[in-house]
Design a protein around this ligand. Structure first.
Ligand SMILES: [Fe+2]
Length: 232
């Protein structure tokens, strides 16, 4: 599948990136990833694009990624796909929201994902990858040549690991799996800050230094030309 059409919107006080994703710029069905806040703005954006929201996908359940889930699900009737072990955060949102944010509504997701699944939504084949480290149930959605990767990898940075369930070695391993698995030109649509690519981050991101070193050590020494087979 080719790279999908992705429209990104920074929403809420934490400027979280919500993404409307469709197979191409003419498609009339879309999924929405991490609707963190400003549900009216996101619904207006979907309407302006002429798309029906077929599903709501969550990378993880920190409050800044889920604040608009309930109103969007109600308005669109779209089912919500949530990381399984983070469902308790979505069903009791305000318990985990710092003072001064919200209020946000609870939501019981229709589907739970653990990573390793493939789902077909809005005409797109979506691979669900388990990428913990920033949060314990964090998922990344691979759609064609794009990764919707939440708070795993940012332009020049990575997701924080000091929140409950965070762990740097685990996050580094998740990033390394993505870098090994997908081509360098794969476009990364992160949960905060700008769009980037795997190769750009591998070349320049200071948090990927050890991954870069490991991959470089695996590069084979230039091989000599193989012997030519005897012609008949
Ligand atoms: Fe987060």
């Amino acid at each position: 599948m080719s790279t999908p059409d992705v429209r990104s919107f920074s929403v809420g006080p934490v400027q979280e990136n919500c993404h409307i994703v469709r197979a191409d710029a003419q498609a009339t069905r879309a999924v929405i990833v991490d609707p963190g806040d400003e549900p009216e703005r996101l619904l207006e954006a979907a309407e302006a694009l002429g798309v029906e929201i077929e599903a709501i996908l969550l990378t993880h359940c920190h409050f800044d990624h889920i604040g608009a889930v309930a109103p969007l699900a109600r308005a669109s009737a779209a089912p919500v796909y949530c990381p399984k072990i983070e469902v308790p955060l979505l069903t009791d949102v305000m318990r985990f929201v710092p003072p001064g944010f919200g209020p946000f509504e609870n939501y019981e997701p229709e589907h739970q994902l653990s990573g390793g699944e493939r789902v077909n939504l809005a005409g797109m084949d979506i691979e669900v990858l388990y990428t913990p480290g920033h949060s314990p149930g964090h998922l990344t959605y691979a759609i064609g040549g794009a990764l919707l990767s939440g708070d795993v990898l940012f332009q020049g940075s990575v997701g924080r690991v000091d929140l409950p369930g965070g762990d740097w070695a685990t996050l580094e391993d998740s990033i390394e799996q993505l870098v090994r698995r997908f081509p360098g030109e794969t476009v990364v649509y992160p949960g905060h800050m700008g769009v980037t690519t795997l190769e750009r981050e591998l070349a320049t991101n200071p948090f990927l230094t050890e991954i870069r070193t490991r991959l470089a050590a695996e590069q084979p020494v230039a091989a000599s030309a193989p012997p030519r087979g005897a012609s008949s």
